[in-house]
Design a protein around this ligand. Structure first.
Ligand SMILES: CCCCCCCCCCCCCCCC(=O)SCCNC(=O)CCNC(=O)[C@H](O)C(C)(C)COP(=O)(O)OP(=O)(O)OC[C@H]1O[C@@H](n2cnc3c(N)ncnc32)[C@H](O)[C@@H]1OP(=O)(O)O
Ligand SMILES: NC(=O)C1=CN([C@@H]2O[C@H](COP(=O)(O)OP(=O)(O)OC[C@H]3O[C@@H](n4cnc5c(N)ncnc54)[C@H](OP(=O)(O)O)[C@@H]3O)[C@@H](O)[C@H]2O)C=CC1
Length: 515
């Protein structure tokens, strides 16, 4: 019997960010491995015209939860959705709900965050720092609380090259930032943002670092741990391989490349692609929850959930495997044939952006206009290139994360727990994982039918023929222009033509002789 699974039995668990990518997988694993848990409270806000109940209903009836229903048929009864908005200072939780949360919660998993890189500082601080502070305040009033697990990111200290499992201080105290944002207006905040974030690339990594400082400062009476995952990707094994439901991290890039929109990228092929599957992160999170509650470490432990030091894979290898997977699992109606030229040079980046991205988009929009349709490709391409430029920071550097705590925890688990809550990335076969990732993107993100693969392959063949034809025509035009202007080109041309003529005459003569 798994000790970790047994530990969560009968517990009341609070999850923030349960409607997000990681939160859903966390909820699924908890319900599947500990169906006898008492209740999972999830903080949810109404969104996109859906009520809380509709959102929860949709999640629990999705493919991700199919296996859970086999072991826990009354899964709906285990989930208690609580209306909350982490953008509000009091989290907008009703008095009754707050009372219930405070008196019943045993474990808190705090996953909610804004993961947008370009989030305005005010909003990023509200969600990633102030909301964390509010939750810690709540946690300090929970008499039955056994552990509070805070999900951060391995990139919260991406301004450093080597990162240990410790909380690093930021130059300005989080409390000072929170206070100043209350009275500064948006224009001034925009102006001081670059100075505050310093050598970090965006407000996301900066506010996640501030969030960790808040955790450290408010953790006096709370049993707390921090998890730092690197780039979180599709599921590796559980509940099935390749599940993914948003465009963040590599998923959006895989779509853009598979559909032939993105054909070149500024990336360092030898830089480590520090990806971790979402189910690995969730397994570590649940193991940390158990360890923190049962062993009650004296200080706040930080756990790195990264792959680079244990099982490294670089962007070059990953890019090639993604391309190889497109051969087997092509996406439907591709704009151009998938390709992934990696370049680190400024000039070639601009060249590829112009030739491979902008020009085809302009040509296609021209065609749409001619056929009476609304042009859209240039706009889409501009957005895509902006997105890619924001990811560039992460695909052109390598970091070293120490993993002592994570390895220590692994050694503390029983063999059964090591199997059920496996977070050993050394066992990950990258090639297999990436192929399943591409398959998952096709199935669960693009919602394309596998039966359409032969047609998608035919379409790619047609695109290849168009590509060859286009290149041949281009070459002939260029050559014709060159001949018109250069004597050397003309001489070379006459030499080739006369050589071909002689060869054909010889061939014809010898075949006549044989007859
Ligand atoms: C073959 C080679 C393989 C190599 C493979 C390399 C992978 C290289 C990954 C590095 C990854 C580091 C990751 C750090 C790890 C964390 O710790 S951070 C957690 C991850 N967070 C993120 O990835 C957030 C990144 N995204 C953002 O910040 C915002 O979406 C952006 C990029 C600022 C765009 O904002 P926006 O312009 O307001 O647009 P938004 O409304 O979000 O979306 C606009 C459109 O772009 C699309 N879109 C959004 N995100 C993406 C995306 N990532 N990609 C494509 N399209 C996207 C949307 O679907 C939307 O399309 P439409 O619905 O309009 O048709
Ligand atoms: N994805 C990644 O690559 C990585 C993620 N992380 C960390 O993991 C955690 C989870 O990330 P991930 O699941 O990918 O992120 P998602 O963007 O998928 O999910 C974010 C969650 O936070 C919730 N949330 C956002 N704003 C509010 C709000 N105002 N009130 C209530 N809830 C809100 C969202 O709810 P709603 O559905 O209503 O928007 C959603 O449930 C984050 O802390 C992130 O920093 C760390 C490293 C990498």
């Amino acid at each position: 019997m798994s000790m970790i699974a047994a530990f969560y039995g009968g517990k009341s668990i609070l999850i923030t960010g349960a409607t997000g990518f990681m939160g859903k997988v966390l909820m699924e694993k908890l319900l599947r491995t500990s169906p006898d848990l008492k209740v999972i409270y999830i903080l949810v806000r109404p969104k996109a015209g859906q009520t809380l109940q509709q959102r929860v209903f949709q999640i629990l009836n999705s493919k991700l939860f199919e296996k859970v229903k086999e072991v826990c048929p009354h899964v709906h009864e285990k989930i208690r959705a609580i209306s909350a908005d982490l953008n509000q200072n009091d989290l907008a939780i009703s008095k009754e709900d707050m009372q219930e949360l405070l008196s019943c919660t045993n474990i808190v998993f705090h996953c909610a965050a804004t993961v947008r890189f370009d989030e305005a500082l005010r909003h990023a601080v509200q969600l990633n720092v102030t909301a964390t502070q509010q939750l810690l305040l709540m946690a300090s009033q929970m008499p039955k609380l056994e552990a509070f697990i805070h999900i951060s990111t391995a990139f919260s200290n991406c301004n450093l090259k080597h990162i240990d499992e410790v909380i690093y201080p930021c130059p300005v105290e989080p409390k000072k930032i929170i206070d100043s944002l209350e009275w500064l207006d948006d224009a001034i905040i925009d102006e001081i943002t670059p100075k505050l974030i310093g050598d970090r690339p965006n407000t996301y990594t900066y506010t996640k670092a501030l969030g960790e400082m808040v955790v450290q400062q408010e953790s006096e009476n709370i049993n707390i741990a921090i998890i730092r995952p690197s780039i979180v990707g599709a599921t590796w094994q559980e509940p099935f391989p390749g599940w993914v439901d948003n465009l963040n991290g590599p998923s959006g890039i895989i779509i853009a490349a598979g559909k032939g929109f993105l054909r070149a990228i500024r990336a360092t092929p030898m830089a480590v692609a520090d990806l971790v599957p979402v189910d690995t992160v969730v397994n570590l999170t649940l193991a940390v929850g158990w360890y923190t509650a049962v062993h009650r470490p004296k200080s706040t432990l930080v756990y790195h959930c990264t792959s680079g030091s244990l099982n490294p894979c670089n962007w070059g290898r990953m890019g090639l495997q993604v391309l190889a997977s497109f051969e087997k699992i092509p996406f439907e109606r591709a704009f151009r044939r998938p390709n992934a030229d990696f370049t680190t040079n400024n000039f070639t980046t601009h060249y590829w952006n112009a030739i491979s991205h902008r020009v085809p988009a302009i040509v296609y929009d021209f065609y749409l206009r001619l056929t009476g349709r609304k042009p859209r490709m240039t706009k889409l391409m501009n957005r895509l290139l902006r997105t890619v430029s924001m990811l560039e920071y992460f695909i052109n550097r390598s970091w070293e994360w120490s993993t002592y705590n994570t390895e220590m925890l692994m050694s503390e688990l029983t063999p059964e727990d090591q199997r059920v809550f496996n977070f050993d990335v050394r066992q990950l076969n990258w090639m297999e994982y990436i192929e399943n990732y591409v398959l998952g993107v096709k199935k669960y993100l693009l919602k394309e039918d596998m039966a359409g693969i032969p047609e998608a392959k035919q379409h790619l063949k047609r695109l290849r023929n168009i590509h060859y034809l286009f290149n041949t025509v281009l070459f002939l035009i260029a050559w014709r222009l060159l001949i018109a202007r250069s004597q050397i080109a003309r001489n070379v041309w006459f030499f080739i033509v006369s050589f071909c003529y002689k060869f054909l005459s010889y061939f014809r003569a010898s075949s006549t002789l044989k007859v």
